[in-house]
Ligand binder design. Structure first.
Ligand SMILES: [Zn+2]
Ligand SMILES: [Zn+2]
Length: 299
């Protein structure tokens, strides 16, 4: 246990998960210690101003809503928002993501599109709630749902299962964009390329060339030969690292193979996500913080 000093105040750090939040009240800022889960909400709320001002200054930024695997009770599902001056895209939308997103912004036009890597529940079951609320909050602008081949049918099925008839009620158009491996497409000024990873459900890893920087996201699964090539010279690779050590089962990636592969492919910055809840964070790998804005050049 150590006692951090924040702006002249002393605090006991009770656990590694405890965090401190500065809440402005008049001329003063009150420090609140918050516990896991709830703290994620507080941190994200507190940093909203930082987020918005940072986005105003930078060309490309990434903000994580979650970094966890499906059944991790300490972390929301892996999901992030990628922003440039031209658009803002949500990547994956698992069942623990809608409330995370609403704590960032309730503006119905905050996101322009959603990329879904695959259709396991921890990556897409938040979709009906997010889409339904956008409709209730008065969105009129079109929203694109981007994914690999078959994503339109799968996303529509998830939406209809969650809220039958939703597509007729929401009041704004949904557009579907399916990007096949080897056939990149440009949307909102960004070029999206996909490749199948090695996963138990078809998962399309994605490369996004924004014109000002390149971000890649594995979704789930170990890297295939084609997804490795997708990551070449990326500024940032966000890759799942479910296993701590090399694992004979290839439906998820492991820390050492991802680290080695990222080096070989010339990736500038690697962020590890979707770690198994039973292993501790790997040494030497950056696990991104929720609520923090990472921006080009990545720090
Ligand atoms: Zn997953
Ligand atoms: Zn999966």
């Amino acid at each position: 246990m150590h006692t951090p000093n924040v702006r002249g105040f002393n605090f006991r750090q009770e656990t590694r998960m405890t965090c401190f939040v500065l809440v402005p009240i008049g001329r003063y800022e009150i420090i609140v210690a918050a516990q896991p889960i709830a703290s994620e909400v507080y941190v994200i709320r507190h940093r909203l101003q930082t987020v918005l001002s940072a986005e105003g200054r930078t060309l490309v930024s990434i903000l994580y809503l979650g970094t966890g695997e499906a059944f991790d009770h300490t972390q929301p599902n892996v999901s992030f928002v990628l922003t440039s001056s031209s658009q803002r895209v949500l990547f994956d939308c698992g069942y623990s993501i809608p409330h995370q997103l609403w704590n960032i912004s309730t503006d119905p036009n905050y996101i322009h599109s959603i990329y879904l890597s695959h259709f396991h529940a921890d990556h897409c079951f938040g979709l009906p709630a997010v889409i339904a609320r956008l409709g209730q909050d008065g969105r009129t602008a079109p929203l694109a749902i981007i994914g690999g081949p078959g994503s339109q049918q799968a996303a529509t099925a998830v939406l209809e299962l969650g809220y039958p008839g939703i597509l007729k009620k929401i009041g704004f158009p949904l557009r579907f964009l399916e990007i096949a491996p080897g056939a990149p497409e440009t949307y909102g000024g960004w070029m999206f390329s996909t490749a199948l990873s090695l996963h138990s459900s078809p998962n399309y890893s994605v490369r996004v060339d924004t014109g000002k920087g390149t971000v890649c996201y594995s979704g789930d699964g170990a890297a295939s030969a084609s997804s490795e090539l997708l990551y070449r010279d990326a500024d940032l690779l966000v890759h799942e690292m479910y296993h701590l050590d090399s694992h004979p089962k290839r439906s998820h990636a492991s820390v050492p193979e991802v680290v080695e592969m990222a080096k070989l492919m010339g990736v500038r910055v690697l962020h590890g996500v979707h770690l198994s809840r039973v292993h501790s964070p790997p040494v030497g790998v950056t696990i991104p913080d929720l609520g923090r804005v990472y921006r080009f050049p990545f720090d």
